[in-house]
Write a protein that binds this ligand. Sequence first.
Ligand SMILES: *[C@@H]1O[C@H](CO)[C@@H](O)[C@H](O)[C@H]1NC(C)=O
Ligand SMILES: *[C@@H]1O[C@H](CO)[C@@H](O)[C@H](O)[C@H]1NC(C)=O
Ligand SMILES: *[C@@H]1O[C@H](CO)[C@@H](O)[C@H](O)[C@H]1NC(C)=O
Ligand SMILES: *[C@@H]1O[C@H](CO)[C@@H](O)[C@H](O)[C@H]1NC(C)=O
Ligand SMILES: *[C@@H]1O[C@H](CO)[C@@H](O)[C@H](O)[C@H]1NC(C)=O
Ligand SMILES: *[C@@H]1O[C@H](CO)[C@@H](O)[C@H](O)[C@H]1NC(C)=O
Ligand SMILES: *[C@@H]1O[C@H](CO)[C@@H](O)[C@H](O)[C@H]1NC(C)=O
Ligand SMILES: *[C@@H]1O[C@H](CO)[C@@H](O)[C@H](O)[C@H]1NC(C)=O
Ligand SMILES: CC(=O)N[C@H]1CO[C@H](CO)[C@@H](O)[C@@H]1O
Length: 895
Amino acid sequence: MACLLFVKSIAILFFLSYTYAQQCEQPLNVTRFDCYPENDSTIDKCLARKCCWRSSIQQTNSTDFHDLDVPHCYYPTDFPTYEVISSDTTDFGQRIRIHKTQTTYMPHDIFNLTVDLIYETEQRFRIRIYDSIYIRYEVPLQVPVVEKKADTTDYNVEVKSKPFSILVTRKSTDMILFDSSVSPLIFADQFIKISTRLSSPFLYGLGEHRQPLLINITNSWKRLTFYTRDFPPLENFNLYGVHPFHINLERTPNNQTSAHGQFFLNSNAMDIDLQPLPALTYTTIGGIIDLYIFTGPTVQNVIEQYWDIIGKPMMPPYWSLGFHLGRYGYNNIANLLETIQRMHDADFPYDVQWTDIDTMSYYLDFTYDDKNFNGLPELVRGLQSDGKQYVNVIDAGISSTQPAGSYFPYDDGIKRGIFIRQFNSSEPISGQAAPGITVFPDFTNPNTVEWWTNIAATFHEKIPFDGICINMNEPSNFVDGSYVGCTTNFLDNPPYVPHVLGNSLSSKSLCPSAQHYLSQHYNLHSMYGYFEAQVTNAALKSIRKKRPFVLSRSTFAGSGRFAAHWTGDNRSTFKDMYFSIPAILSFNMFGITHVGADICGFGFDTTEELCIRWMQLGSFYPFMRNYNEFKQKDQDPASFSWEAQQIMKQALIIRYSLIPFWYTLHYEAAIESKTIIQPLFSEYLNDGNTYGIDQQFLVGRAILVSPNLISETETVHAYIPADVWYEFQSGARIGTVGQFTDLNAPLSKINVHVRGGFIIPMQTPGANLILGRGNPFILLVAQSQAGDAKGNLFWDDGDSIDSIETKTYNYLEFILTTSNTLTINALVTNYKYSPMRLDLVKILGVNKSVTNVTVNGKPYSDYLYNFLDQVLLIHGLNMDMLAQSSQTIQWTITN
Ligand SMILES: *[C@@H]1O[C@H](CO)[C@@H](O)[C@H](O)[C@H]1NC(C)=O
Ligand SMILES: *[C@@H]1O[C@H](CO)[C@@H](O)[C@H](O)[C@H]1NC(C)=O
Ligand SMILES: *[C@@H]1O[C@H](CO)[C@@H](O)[C@H](O)[C@H]1NC(C)=O
Ligand SMILES: *[C@@H]1O[C@H](CO)[C@@H](O)[C@H](O)[C@H]1NC(C)=O
Ligand SMILES: *[C@@H]1O[C@H](CO)[C@@H](O)[C@H](O)[C@H]1NC(C)=O
Ligand SMILES: *[C@@H]1O[C@H](CO)[C@@H](O)[C@H](O)[C@H]1NC(C)=O
Ligand SMILES: *[C@@H]1O[C@H](CO)[C@@H](O)[C@H](O)[C@H]1NC(C)=O
Ligand SMILES: *[C@@H]1O[C@H](CO)[C@@H](O)[C@H](O)[C@H]1NC(C)=O
Ligand SMILES: CC(=O)N[C@H]1CO[C@H](CO)[C@@H](O)[C@@H]1O
């Protein structure tokens, strides 16, 4: 025993001195990159990796938890890595061969790599690092192929040879956009690691995670894991979606701020480690390094450059902007009817009724329970004849245990061979879901499209649903891996497992070794929802011949082309309500602009106070749905007290009156790559006060929403950026700007402000969006300091698949000049189905008395001037905005 101990301490001494021989002296803790990200590090295991170990004193408990985050085991500066062996100029930029001779600590090092530096556009740079000899898996996303180098670029690229590293800087400021010299590149078959220095600790994106909008690493170490997973959103876990995209701010010493972005195009399980250097490390277990750098320089520029890669968001059907109501657990048609009736009796505007898997027969997809939900088809047709829509839920798992010949989706799927297969087998892999043992459609198989379209079409003949929610598509499995477990092969047992919930890639999902048409589940796991959304979108187009509405829980980069998203199975708490804001802001950056959270909360019983606050906030979500969980008490607006109902109705009326504005924002997202909801820092980039704000947000660029997120409070501590702002309701200009201020926020009120310089198209609300379509329009004109303003309006039939491509729409432009002349230009007028009558113009910031008004040059007397709020109302206009290509409204003020 004594002898053994002695030997061991010799060994440690030996290792310590060995450590010393390496370049372990690093001036700052923040420069240390984790060489042992697994959870079982010891000094021996660390030194065996040829890495450095912190002295034991530093391992004792510390009161400052940040110290504990400093890696115990870190890379020496002379850690073996790659050197450049050749570099050639090519049409796209540069092709470099790099090579190393020593193995690192993971099996199957790849010694020869090719590095392509692709100067794609003036603002977009792509780095691809891959095996020089063998072809590896690459993400099946159709990205632009650039063969010719951009003539000029906003960035400079420098390659260091020994050790190999890449430095990308912004030409105009020399600020660093990418710098891989901070830590060694490792590229083994199932372990790929590359680090980069960040420009500032101000980081955004990197979803799907429950976290504040600003990932502030000024003083902290963080690890985010990416692998789609069905789990009620909580901090520090991988969740439903994967979006390895971030925006990083760069501040020059005089506080001029630019933004740039990075997208790591990789679909394997991965960790992204952040540290206060500041720096970021990608660790993935498959694929290649395929990294895009977007130089912005504005936040919207970065997003636009990102969406050029992943695709722009879909244009949603008009009706899907209305209020959606549903729940899991109506349980029978009587409860469903009762809810619809009470919503009707209470006169709530609402558009879409949902049901969940309790309407299915034995939880079987594409069936309905004709006992408990007897009459559902008639109910759905009844809703539709009132101008409402119906959406149902479809889970990923297809039951495989129904009597042969009794469940066509399974029988036909087997015949077509479209289910995901077990490793090295033609048999489908089986898991468990609501209906019992299930198999999982492989949406990467081209034959699945016809199968899915057929079974959906057959069901549509029974129940003419208007949209589909695809759920449990992480894919979710109640057992780990499969009904019979997984293999022990290299895919099911990789040498490194990123920090996924459950510590295993098969945790509550399928075995990584399962086989898809395109590749192994190991590679495609996080894209299951992406492909399902793509196929479902196509199926809906072919069945309904109208613009599809698909809502997907699991998403990947680019899912926004096919689907909307909700933030998952959250809870009825004020904290969950707050986290919905960073979530919808982040998903807008990810190109999934039609997004919302379950209003009033999904799990747990809501309270009247919370539900009122959440209905107010939810009126400003792009996707507005009140939805709750099996067994929780009813939370539809009509289920609350009369007072609560009046407040919720007021929120819904604001929502419905702004639909033309929202619809135009969706058009701008789909065509011009603009986010629908955005954070304050995006519009006020030089104002450091805005960087951490995620309890307020902007709708488009013009409406500032400052909800009250704290129970039993009557004020909201809000930041009003230095600009011109008017209260939405009264139209009065607010005096205190450029600072935090306490706004009055009793339960009856949500604070909404309109930004000077913008013209917002609105409409008198109807009972639902279909019935309200012909209602008169309203223009809310918010004058800038100088007295001008601008806006526009996109309008079409609301659900044609190709109205944008065929230009079957109207597009209007509104311009207010400083000479009090509002011009309405009808730029495109191809959708002439109904007139677009303008009834009311409300001008904010008119600080002098109005003496007369003219409309198209003729005196007009129906106007009111409110000196107190400085609002001019020109009403009863009855102007057909399409009647002439240009019309004007003018007013004269006293001098
Ligand atoms: C460190 O903290 C853990 C848990 O708080 C405790 O169990 C352990 O005894 C502490 N170690 C030392 C050396 O204080
Ligand atoms: C590094 O961190 C340790 C605690 O983990 C601390 O004692 C030490 O002072 C730090 N060193 C530097 C240079 O910041
Ligand atoms: C790597 O490339 C070098 C020449 O560039 C070659 O000699 C060597 O065999 C290659 N190594 C492997 C493992 O393919
Ligand atoms: C830049 O901003 C920081 C903090 O936001 C402030 O302390 C500093 O004075 C500013 N510098 C300049 C040149 O405005
Ligand atoms: C795949 O299955 C075949 C036939 O069952 C077997 O011969 C082969 O070894 C299997 N391959 C692997 C990699 O398990
Ligand atoms: C450490 O990781 C292993 C393998 O990933 C896992 O089985 C184990 O539960 C983890 N331990 C802790 C304490 O997280
Ligand atoms: C970032 O974090 C640092 C340290 O925790 C803090 O001082 C700073 O105020 C934070 N910045 C923002 C914009 O939240
Ligand atoms: C409007 O009022 C101004 C100033 O009082 C006057 O000069 C102008 O002629 C009036 N225009 C009309 C159309 O009445
Ligand atoms: C309804 C629901 O999903 N509730 C879950 C919310 O999250 C907590 C914590 O993970 C779970 O315990 C609940 O079951």
